[in-house]
Design a binder for this molecule. Structure first.
Ligand SMILES: *[C@@H]1O[C@H](CO)[C@@H](O)[C@H](O)[C@H]1NC(C)=O
Ligand SMILES: *[C@@H]1O[C@H](CO)[C@@H](O)[C@H](O)[C@H]1NC(C)=O
Ligand SMILES: *[C@@H]1O[C@H](CO)[C@@H](O)[C@H](O)[C@H]1NC(C)=O
Ligand SMILES: *[C@@H]1O[C@H](CO)[C@@H](O)[C@H](O)[C@H]1NC(C)=O
Length: 512
C-alpha cells in the first residue's frame, strides 16, 4: 500500500483502487477492461452476456427508453447557485440529458430471469431475483468505484435494461437493501404477470473526476410473460415520480474513501422503459416450415394476432407492490399512513401518532446521509445515514413493531411536503398539523409523537438518538453476540423508552 502510494501518488492510487475490485493490489485483465475500452474505444462482446446458444426461432422484444433529466433547481444546493461545488463534480449529471439507448431489441428468453422459482408460485409471495448481500454487519460497499463489475446470471438482463439509461449502472447498490425482488401479481394457465422492485444506482462520473452516485428511490414495474418466457406480452419499468423528491445523489470531493462526501436529493420527472408491443418471432415460418418474409406481398408488415389473456388468479397491483416493499423493508410490516390520514385514524381510534419527519424518504433509497455520523472513523455498524440506520435497526425490531402496531398510528413525511401542506391554506387543520410538526424539526430526521390534534408531546432527533445509542468501536465485537442472541441492543431499548414515555405523557389526554 505504501509502495503503491509512493509510485502513484494519492490521486493515482485512488484511481488504481477504484479498478482493483478485489483489493489485491494487482489489476487482472477483467479489472483493467474499463480502461482498455475507454482508451481503445472497442468493447469486446462478453460471453457472460451471450450466455446461451441463440435460438433462431426465439422472439424479440423492442423496448423504448424515456428519460427526462433531473431538475437541477430541485436540488437543495441550487438555492445558493451551487456555490462552492466545483463545476466538474456535477459534469456527469449535467451531461446526462438523454437515454444512452433510446431503443433496444432483446431476446424474449433473456427475461426468464423474471420467472418465479418453483416454491414461489403463490400470488404475492416474494422472491429475490438478485439477493441482497448487505446487512447491518457487512456495512456498505465502497464509494470509490467508477465501473460496474461484470454482471452475472440474472443480473445480466437487469444490467442490460438499466444500461439503456446510462452506461454505468450498478445492479447492486452500495447501501442496503440492495438487489431485486419480485412476486406474482396475476396468473393464467399459460401466463404470469410479475411485479418487481429493483434497487440500483448509476455512476455518473469517470476519471479524472471523482465518483458521483445517482440513486433513484427505486425502479419498479411489471412484466407479463408466458410461463416458459418464450413470449413477452407487456413490460414496463419506471422510477416512481409521484413524490416531490425521488433521487439521492452522493459525490466525493477527494481522492480517498474517507474523503468528505457531498449529498443532495432532487426530482427526476421521468425514467422509464416500456415494450413497444408484444414480442414477435424474429423468423416466420409458413405452414410448410419454410421461412417467409415478415412483410406480406403488398409490402405491409405482417400483423400478429395475440390471444386474450384471462387471469385465473390476480391481486391488485398496489397489494403486490406492498408485498415487495415489506420484503425490502421489514419495518413496513406495520403501515405507515400518509400524514393527514394518520391523524384522522388516530382520532378515530384514540391512539397517538408516531411520526418520522425527514429530508429524504424512509421507504426508498432516497435517504439523507447525515452530516454528523459520516465523519466518524469507520465502525462495523452502518452509520452513513440516520434514516437508513433507523429503518434497519430499531424500526424493524420485533418489540418496536409490536408496540407501534398496538398503540400508535405511524406515518413518515418529507419536510418539503409538510412545508407545502403548511403554506397551502385550503384546510386550516391540516396546515396547523404541519406547522406543529415543522416547529419541532431538526435536520436531518426527527421522530415525533403527537396527540390526534397535532400537539407534540415528545420528540427526538435521529442524530442525537444515534449518538446516545451508538456503541464505541471497542464495544462492538462483544455486542455482536448480544445482538444476535437476544436483540437487547441499546438502540431498541432506547426507542422503546421513547415510545413509552410518549404514552405516559399522553395518558391524561387520551382518556379524557
Ligand atoms: C459530456 O458530453 C460530451 C458530449 O457527449 C462529451 O464529449 C464529454 O466528454 C462529456 N463530459 C463528461 C464529463 O462526461
Ligand atoms: C405513488 O404511486 C403509487 C403507485 O401508483 C401509490 O401506491 C402511492 O401511494 C403513490 N404515492 C403518493 C405519495 O402519492
Ligand atoms: C398488528 O396487530 C394486528 C391485530 O392485533 C395483528 O393481526 C397483526 O398481525 C399485527 N401486525 C404486526 C406486524 O405485528
Ligand atoms: C390538543 O388537545 C390537548 C388536550 O385536549 C390540548 O391541551 C391542546 O391544547 C390541543 N392542541 C391543539 C393544537 O388544539
Amino acid at each position: 500500500q505504501e509502495l503503491a502510494l509512493k509510485s502513484l501518488g494519492n490521486e493515482g492510487l485512488f484511481l488504481f483502487s477504484s479498478l482493483d475490485t478485489n483489493k489485491d493490489l494487482y489489476l487482472s485483465p477483467e479489472e483493467f477492461k474499463p480502461i482498455a475500452e475507454k482508451l481503445t474505444g472497442v468493447a469486446p462482446v462478453s460471453e457472460s452476456e451471450e450466455e446461451e446458444t441463440p435460438d433462431p426461432d426465439g422472439e424479440t422484444l423492442s423496448i423504448v427508453a424515456k428519460f427526462q433529466p433531473l431538475l437541477m433547481e430541485t436540488m437543495t444546493k441550487s438555492k445558493d447557485g451551487f456555490l462552492g461545488i466545483s463545476h466538474v463534480a456535477l459534469s456527469g449529471l449535467r451531461n446526462w440529458t438523454a437515454p444512452a439507448a433510446p431503443m433496444s431489441v432483446l431476446l424474449a428468453r433473456q427475461f426468464k430471469a423474471f420467472l418465479p422459482p418453483k416454491n414461489k408460485l403463490d400470488l404475492g409471495d416474494p422472491w429475490w431475483i438478485i439477493p441482497s448481500e448487505l446487512n447491518i454487519f457487512t456495512g456498505y460497499l465502497s464509494n470509490n468505484r467508477f465501473y460496474p463489475p461484470a454482471p452475472k446470471g440474472k443480473e445480466v438482463i437487469i444490467h442490460k435494461l438499466l444500461s439503456m439509461f446510462h452506461p454505468r449502472p450498478f445492479v447492486k447498490t452500495r447501501f442496503a437493501p440492495q438487489g431485486a425482488v419480485a412476486c406474482i401479481q396475476a396468473s393464467s394457465s399459460s401466463y404470469y404477470s410479475i411485479a418487481f422492485r429493483i434497487h440500483a444506482e448509476f455512476q455518473l462520473n469517470e476519471p479524472p473526476n471523482f465518483p458521483f452516485w445517482f440513486s433513484p428511490g427505486q425502479f419498479t414495474g411489471y412484466i407479463v410473460l408466458s410461463k416458459d418466457s418464450s413470449h413477452i406480452r407487456d413490460f414496463r419499468l419506471f422510477v416512481p415520480n409521484n413524490r416531490s423528491l425521488n433521487v439521492d445523489m452522493e459525490w466525493l470531493y477527494g481522492a480517498s474513501e474517507s474523503s468528505n462526501m457531498e449529498v443532495d436529493i432532487g426530482y427526476l420527472p421521468q425514467m422509464e422503459l416500456e415494450s413497444a408491443g408484444p414480442s414477435v418471432p424474429s423468423v416466420i415460418h409458413d405452414e410448410n416450415g419454410n421461412v417467409i418474409d415478415s412483410r406480406d406481398p403488398s409490402g405491409e408488415p405482417i400483423q400478429f394476432v395475440f390471444e386474450e389473456i384471462t387471469w385465473q388468479q390476480e391481486m391488485p397491483w398496489e397489494e403486490a407492490a406492498r408485498r415487495l416493499e415489506v420484503a425490502m423493508y421489514p419495518f413496513k410490516k406495520i403501515s405507515y399512513l400518509p400524514f393527514t390520514e394518520a391523524f384522522e385514524r388516530a382520532k378515530a381510534e384514540k391512539k397517538l401518532v408516531h411520526s418520522i419527519l425527514l429530508w429524504g424518504a424512509l421507504d426508498d433509497q432516497v435517504v439523507m446521509v447525515t452530516s454528523g455520523n459520516t465523519a466518524k472513523p469507520p465502525v462495523p455498524l452502518p452509520l452513513p445515514g440516520s434514516g437508513r440506520t433507523l429503518r434497519e435497526t430499531v424500526l424493524e425490531s420485533s418489540p418496536i413493531l409490536a408496540l407501534l402496531n398496538e398503540s400508535f398510528i405511524s406515518s413518515w413525511s418529507l419536510v418539503k411536503e409538510l412545508e407545502e401542506l403548511q403554506s397551502n391554506r385550503e384546510n386550516e387543520f391540516y396546515s396547523k398539523l404541519a406547522e406543529l410538526h415543522l416547529e419541532k424539526y431538526n435536520f436531518p430526521v426527527e421522530m415525533i409523537i403527537c396527540l390526534p390534534n397535532g400537539t407534540v408531546i415528545h420528540h427526538i432527533n435521529a442524530n442525537y438518538f444515534l449518538d446516545i445509542t451508538s456503541m464505541k468501536p471497542e464495544d462492538v465485537e462483544s455486542s455482536i453476540f448480544s445482538f444476535s442472541t437476544n436483540f437487547e441492543d441499546p438502540s431498541t431499548a432506547t426507542y422503546l423508552q421513547f415510545l413509552k414515555e410518549g404514552l405516559q405523557r399522553a395518558k391524561p389526554y387520551l382518556h379524557s
